[in-house]
Each structure stands twice: as C-alpha cells, then as structure tokens.
Design a protein around this ligand. Structure first.
Ligand SMILES: [Fe+2]
Ligand SMILES: [Fe+2]
Length: 370
C-alpha cells in the first residue's frame, strides 16, 4: 500500500451516526452444547477458573466513588506530566503543522479531549469483551473453557460498569466508539470460527488493553483511577492467559492454510488498532485538519510514538508465543517486519507479566490496593 492509499484507507473510516443507540451485528456461529462434563480435562483452564471465582470484586463497593477528580489534572498526568508528549511536540515542530501555533490553552484542551477519548474507547472495548466472552461461552466446545469464560463475562460486565461510571461521573463529554475499533469488534463477532473470537478479543484487544492499563497505572496518581485500573488489570491478566492456553491447543492441530487465515486476521487487527489510536475524532472536535494530522501520524516511525510502541510491545510477543509469527512460511513475521514492529518479538509477553499483575488474594484486603 502506498502512503497515499494508506491515508485514504484511514480517512475512509469515520463515524456516520453519533446518535446511534444500538448496533446490531449478525453472527452465524453455531452454539455448542457439550455432553462431556469432565471438569478438569484441561487442568490449566480449571486452575484459572478456580482462581477467577475467588477473585471477584464489586465495582460499587470496592472503589471509593466519593473521590473528587480534577479532569484537567488527571488528563495532564496521562500525557506524562506535560500537555505535550514527545511525539506530539514533534508533530507541532513539523513544517506546515496544523498545531504549530498551539499555546498552553490549546494543549490543555487537547489533553482533556485525548483522555476522555481514551477512556471512552476503553469503555466501548470492554463492552466488546463482554459480548465476545458471552459468545465464547456458547461456541467453545470444552466444558472447562465454558466455565472459565462464564467468569470472564462477569469480569467484563464489571469493567464496563466501572469505566462507564468513571467516564460519566468524573470526566466530561464522552466520545462515541471510534470507527476503526467498531470495525475490529464487528470483524471479531462476525467470524463464525470460535477460535477467532479468542484471537481477536483475548489476544489482540485484551493484550493491548493490558499494556495500555499498565502504562496508565504506572503514571497515574489520581487515586480512584489508580484503584480502578489495578482491579481491572488483575482480571485482564487472567483473560489473556485464557486466550493463550486455549489457542495453543487449537493451533497445534491446524493446517498451513488455516494458520495463514489466523495470521491475516491478526495482522488486520493490528492495523485497525493502530488506526484507532490516531484519535481522528479528537482532532475533529478540536477543529484541526484531520487529513493533515493523519498523514503526519502515519509517517511517524513506531519508535517515536510511545503509545504505539507500548501496544506493539505486547501484541508481537503474544503472537510469537502462539507460534503465529513463524508458522507456515512466516507470513506474519514478514508483515510485522514491513510495518517496522518485528523488534518487539522478544519483549515480555503478557503471560510473563501475569504474576506481576495478579492480585491473588489481595481483593479481600483494601490496604494492599491503596
Ligand atoms: Fe475487560
Ligand atoms: Fe478482559
């Protein structure tokens, strides 16, 4: 794809109806009963299920919603303590930059909008996870996976609840779902093969979410957000582990052509997530020329875009762990090399970070969270 084609493809996807209340997606996947109730036939999934049952928390009572949040302050924190991240500064310095004349006021407004956009997309993504895991309960053939996925449905409901409450009570002007994210969620739900729901949601979207939450958790000092992220992250770490455990077993039995399908799906998802992070709607709301900003952002190498780096630093090693990078003729390795992100393959995968995020029994004890 030439840079002009790439730009056109990004710009062609926009939200058409901001007032849409419901969005229907047809899913042809068969719902599977299993009569094999042998619990523990997959011991790792059983362990995860037992762990999940003990690790339930309540978004209504475990988080202190009385905390006052200053949206401007928390938004600035999320930019790393400055209104401008390094890459935005670089954008501002470029010749003909549409944001060259920005002063502190504009940057402050940008920080608030960007944060509200980010939390809004987390909220919509969490709803995607809620629907996808409900679908996995129906479509996965193994009883241990149905049991585990049922706990994840509850987890995701809680995540939708707490992000929604934070966004609507503590921040201003939420954003509708980003069109690239909506297309990705649609693609995941439309696919009738049950393992694709896992690959799209549990590995790609959740892997990215865990990276993004971890990044925010590290820099946040706003106590409610920090608490909320800590709880959510502990759940998400289990979710990615569920995906990796299940898919490894499935992929071992697939043909070369079937593996290629999975590689292509993973690559498409990577591009959609990259495009979603360009935050078209934020630039639009701020009255900035979206085309010009998109062109500049696409031209930026991933190593200069901190958020993108972070995202690829989880997705690439997760794909490697699943054996997707080099399966068949190594198609996915070639594609990741082409878009300049193959260097992340040896970054710690999400599974390695699982222990770090796992709160274990800490859910019962408020002081370990504080
Ligand atoms: Fe979630
Ligand atoms: Fe999740």
């Amino acid at each position: 794809m030439t840079p002009t084609d790439e730009l056109a493809a990004v710009l062609a996807v926009t939200n058409t109806d901001d007032r849409e209340r419901l969005h229907a997606v047809d899913s042809p996947a068969p719902t599977l009963f299993t009569w094999d109730y042998d619990k523990g036939a997959r011991p790792a999934l059983k362990t995860l299920y037992e762990k999940a049952k003990k690790a339930q928390w309540n978004g209504e009572t475990d988080l202190d919603w009385s905390i006052d949040v200053d949206p401007e302050r928390v938004a600035m924190e999320m930019q790393g303590g400055d209104y401008r991240s390094r890459f935005l500064q670089r954008m501002a310095d470029m010749a003909d930059s549409p944001i060259a004349s920005w002063r502190e006021r504009e940057w402050a407004r940008y920080a608030i909008e960007a944060f509200s956009h980010r939390v809004s997309q987390f909220l919509h993504g969490e709803q995607g996870a809620l629907l996808c895991t409900a679908k996995i309960v129906e479509t996965v053939p193994w009883i241990d996976a149905k049991y585990y996925a049922a706990t994840q449905v509850m987890d995701e409901a809680r995540h939708v609840e707490v992000f929604g409450r934070y966004l609507h009570e503590k921040l201003r002007d939420p954003y509708p779902i980003n069109a690239h994210l909506r297309m990705l969620l649609d693609d995941i739900i439309v696919d009738s093969r049950w393992d694709m729901t896992y690959l799209g949601m549990q590995i790609m979207v959740e892997g990215l979410a865990l990276a993004a939450f971890g990044f925010m958790y590290q820099i946040a000092t706003e106590p409610l957000l920090k608490q909320l992220l800590r709880y959510v992250m502990a759940d998400e770490a289990r979710h990615v582990a569920f995906g990796v455990l299940s898919l490894k077993e499935v992929y071992d039995g697939l043909s070369g052509a079937e593996i290629r399908d999975r590689q292509e799906f993973a690559f498409e998802a990577t591009l959609r997530m990259r495009d979603r992070f360009m935050q078209q709607e934020v630039w639009e709301r701020l009255g900035v020329d979206v085309r010009q900003m998109m062109r500049a952002l696409l031209a930026l190498p991933p190593e200069e875009n901190e958020f993108q780096r972070l995202m690829f630093s989880k997705i690439v090693p997760n794909c490697r762990k699943l054996g997707l990078l080099d399966a068949g003729d190594g198609w996915l390795r070639t594609k990741f090399t082409e878009i300049g992100i193959i260097d992340f393959e040896h970054a710690p995968d999400t599974g390695e970070e699982y222990a770090e995020f796992d709160l274990g029994r800490a859910y019962q004890s408020e002081e370990t969270i504080a």
